[in-house]
Write a protein that binds this ligand. Structure first.
Ligand code: GCV
Length: 834
């Protein structure tokens, strides 16, 4: 065959494919790089050169264009939109139309809602490839499945596959505020809203819908569950029409979070009582108006009686009353209502040992089972507290036999490193989904939320995604694996984390086994590592509960109404949730599960402190005491984070420069911050328990020189709060001078060393730093990252590392800081090792 003449556009794609080219990350896993390996490419030679859609809906057109785009790019030959009547070609359409066109073909099974059938002839046969959907969305999902197959270099010839998603509802929630900020968003500002309106430029919103469609997500609730009632005003409707318009070709239905008090706040009523006929009329009128504007509108999400949001308790009504009045308004249009199970009292008396936030979801909802309308789905966070690094599955999943339910998973890493740390959450979600609740025989959570165990018509998955305008959507190139993984699990919760990590790595980076092994390996090890250096044995993440939920703040969870208590004191740690002596939370589980958690003998170590209060000397199944486990785990976790950097460095020539550098910077930062976490947790428990580390590490930091013990020019010692977030509880601060310096004399042997400088990168300025050995500058940087605090503390503590520095005994090592505005170039210590 002669070398084809390709249009310029294709040549550009081809020349930019491959590992060395610049990549922004914006294409995420939909890069469609040219398959440069001829042997791999050859297996797709039989793929016809035309794509025809049986129908012209926007979704079918999007599917056809996506096939043309993706296959042309990967196969290096230009496909075209074609004629469905041609003897061969790729033909896509809903199954009825496919049957008319190909009466001789039979799918092995009929695909269900949103499902598809892909039929591809054996290589060499000159027949059509067929993608048949149960519906238009199914065609689109089949399209992306076929493209994924090719992008993964998997065989296509002879494929005869039917897939139906596990559940009908696969949504994302975006906690976007109308001013463009995002609650718990770590990937930049909103791609949906700006200045109180839907954004003028919705190109990225459309691009996001394409990403969602590629993993089977079928609706997106675009605004914060702490909802602004303005979204329901008629003035907002034209904005919503535009947004729905960019979602529509991708089969993503628009949804909104609504404020339960809207009837009063924007409806001109003096009440929002769900049993008041005027309130019902308000919801009906608003729903009717919305559906006139956006006929394929998906439905609402409601957060009520939670964290200060108004709810039915204002009128002594139940959550079922609240949900049903809104659901009835949506029902005639086929809309659904997700009612959030995240209802708890955040002013709980911590002195009362019977109080327990973990009980709240079950206590609030299980009695209401069977009282919700058929189009209401209870949206339940996967654990009973709030997206902590380790929680048991919510017992509410097993307590609803006559209520639709969905699992809420958090893609945005609120408590798991905020996309500055890599923490691949798929293994954590998978543990929750696979957990067998042992109700009516075997009942893994995935069967409960997909409506299989209790035969419910609706059910599914909600991911709190919070993408933003950062080039790679989430702020960290590797964190995008969580978005991909959420979609893949929602489609098929039986997929393994290893398979998802492997797929994502190949699609996002490359097929080179060194890349796949390293990236997928880091992903799969990242949640356990993060857990080890942040939170012990199910006690929760020991983060600053009262602040941004990011850096360490061990005691912030105690002695306040938020109820995330670890009950750590000098004698022991853990929440006693047992039936025998504690809050009786454990009784909310079905008997077999409750018995397993209740007994110290059978409660798994990783949830020990979630379920039991024990002395630090309690021995785990591993044989270690709790306190020694805390020390060891934090050292191990920090070592693993350090190893991620070294592993990634080996990929320097195998990954495009921009993404390589961006990820390296993040991993370097993570390694430094893991050390901050380690030291904070270990120091706190050492002081509180008074029990030394059996391996002598806690409280001893070889090679570390505290800034306050260096020769200071201008710098002044400062107490840091909380004390455990700075080494020795103190930093130095350049308060009254335009520039300050801290100097020490190196007293080790001549050689090559690594020097780390621990400084504080606050949000209130951009200090400059230099580090010198004698007169030789060995590093210079600006503290300009975006951390969530204007103070020196565990959120802002950051490490700058200089490798391979030649040092001689007696050398002066000097750190200079130039403050800027409120940020006073604070330093904690330097550390030297080889
Ligand atoms: C949108 C946690 C978060 C809140 C969030 C809430 C929720 O408490 O910290 O920011 O509010 O969960 O899920 O409603």
């Amino acid at each position: 065959m002669p070398w084809p003449v390709w249009p310029i556009a294709i040549l550009v794609v081809l020349s930019s494919a491959g590992s060395a080219a610049a990549e922004s990350g914006a294409d995420a896993w939909l890069r469609y790089p040219y398959i440069s390996d001829a042997a791999v490419r050859r297996q797709y030679e039989f793929v016809p050169g035309t794509v025809a859609a049986l129908g012209d809906s926007p979704v079918l057109q999007a599917a056809r264009d996506e096939l043309v785009r993706g296959l042309s790019s990967m196969l290096g030959r230009q496909l075209k939109a074609g004629d469905a009547a041609a003897a061969s070609g790729i033909v896509i359409g809903v199954i009825e139309r496919i049957r008319e066109r190909f009466p001789q073909l039979q799918p092995p099974r009929t695909p269900g809602v949103d499902g598809f059938w892909i039929m591809s002839p054996a290589a060499g046969a000159s027949r059509s490839i067929v993608i048949a959907g149960h519906d238009d969305r199914g065609v689109l999902y089949g399209t992306f499945a076929l493209l994924r197959r090719v992008a993964l270099h998997q065989p296509l010839a002879g494929v005869n596959d039917v897939e139906t998603p596990s559940a009908p509802l696969r949504w994302v929630n975006e906690w976007n505020n109308l001013d463009g900020s995002i609650e718990r968003g770590y990937g930049g500002r909103s791609i949906f809203f700006e200045s109180g309106h839907v954004a003028a430029d919705l190109a990225r919103a459309g691009g996001y819908a394409r990403l969602l469609a590629s993993v089977g997500i079928n609706a997106c609730a675009v605004n914060n569950v702490n909802a602004d009632p303005a979204v329901l005003t008629s003035a907002f409707a034209p904005d919503l029409v535009r947004l729905a318009g960019v979602f529509r070709p991708w089969g993503v239905r628009l949804a909104l979070a609504v404020d339960f008090s809207s009837p009063q706040r924007i409806g001109g009523l003096d009440t929002f009582d769900p049993l008041d006929a005027r309130v019902a009329a308000f919801w009906t009128e608003r729903a009717d108006a919305l559906y006139r504007a956006v006929p394929d509108f998906a439905g609402f999400v409601v957060k009520a009686d939670s964290e200060g949001r108004l709810g039915p308790s204002a009128y002594g009504r139940t959550h079922a009353d609240a949900a049903n009045v809104i659901a009835r308004a949506l029902a005639p249009h086929g809309g659904v209502l997700f009612y959030r199970g995240f209802v708890y009292d955040h002013h709980m008396d911590w002195r009362n040992p019977a109080n327990d936030r973990a009980r709240a979801a079950y206590d609030n909802f299980h009695d209401l089972d069977g009282r919700f309308a058929d189009n209401v789905i209870l949206q339940i966070k996967h654990g009973p507290i709030d997206f902590q690094v380790r929680e048991p599955p919510s017992p509410l999943f097993a307590a609803l036999a006559r209520t639709n339910q969905a699992i809420e998973l958090q893609i945005t890493q609120e408590y798991t490193g905020q996309q500055r740390h890599i923490c691949f959450l798929v293994p954590m979600w998978k543990e929750a989904l696979d957990f067998d609740m042992r109700v009516r025989g075997r009942a893994p959570v995935k069967a409960l939320v997909t409506g299989r165990t209790f035969a419910r018509p609706l059910g599914g998955f909600v991911g709190v995604s919070n993408v933003g305008e950062s080039r790679n959507w989430l702020g960290h190139d590797l964190a995008v694996a969580n978005l991909y993984g959420f979609g893949r699990l929602a489609w098929d919760p039986d997929l393994s984390p290893a398979r998802i990590a492997d797929e994502w790595t190949r699609l996002t980076f490359d097929h080179d086994h060194r890349v796949v092994d390293t990236v997928a390996g880091i992903l799969l090890e990242s949640w356990p590592a993060y857990e080890r250096y942040t939170g012990p044995l199910g006690a929760g993440t020991l983060t600053d509960i009262l602040g941004p939920h990011y850096g360490p703040g061990i005691e912030s969870s105690e002695r306040n109404g938020w109820g995330q208590w670890a009950r750590a004191d000098s004698a022991g740690i853990g929440m006693d949730r047992t039936v025998a002596s504690g809050t009786k939370f454990i009784a909310q589980y079905p008997p077999d599960v409750a018995a397993m958690y209740e007994s110290l003998g059978t409660c798994p170590d990783e949830l020990l402190l979630f379920m039991h209060h024990v002395p630090y000397t309690h021995r785990l199944k591993s044989g270690k005491t709790v306190i020694q486990h805390i020390y060891d785990a934090h050292y191990e976790g920090a070592e693993e984070a350090a190893a991620f950097v070294e592993r990634w460095r080996k990929l320097a020539d195998l990954i495009d420069a921009d993404r390589y550098r961006a990820v390296l910077d993040k991993l370097e930062y993570q390694s430094g911050h893991a050390t901050v976490w380690r030291d904070a947790v270990v120091s706190w428990f050492l002081r509180e328990s008074g029990i030394p580390d059996g391996r002598g590490r806690a409280g001893h930091y070889p090679g570390r020189i505290e800034a306050e013990s260096m020769d200071l020019e201008g710098y002044m010692p400062q107490t840091v709060t909380p004390w455990e977030t700075a080494s020795g509880g103190h930093a130095v601060r350049c308060a009254g001078a335009p520039q300050c310096a801290a100097t020490t004399r190196f007293d080790g042997g001549d050689g090559t060393y690594t020097i780390a400088v621990l400084f504080f990168d606050e949000s209130d300025g951009r200090s400059q730093f230099r580090v010198l050995v004698g007169d030789r500058e060995i590093g210079r940087w600006q503290a300009d990252a975006d951390f969530p605090s204007p103070e020196p503390n565990g959120h802002t503590a950051t490490r700058y590392v200089v490798r391979t520095v030649t040092l001689h005994r007696g050398d002066a090592i000097r750190v200079e800081g130039t403050p800027d505005q409120g940020e006073r170039a604070a330093l904690d210590y330097i550390e030297i090792w080889n």
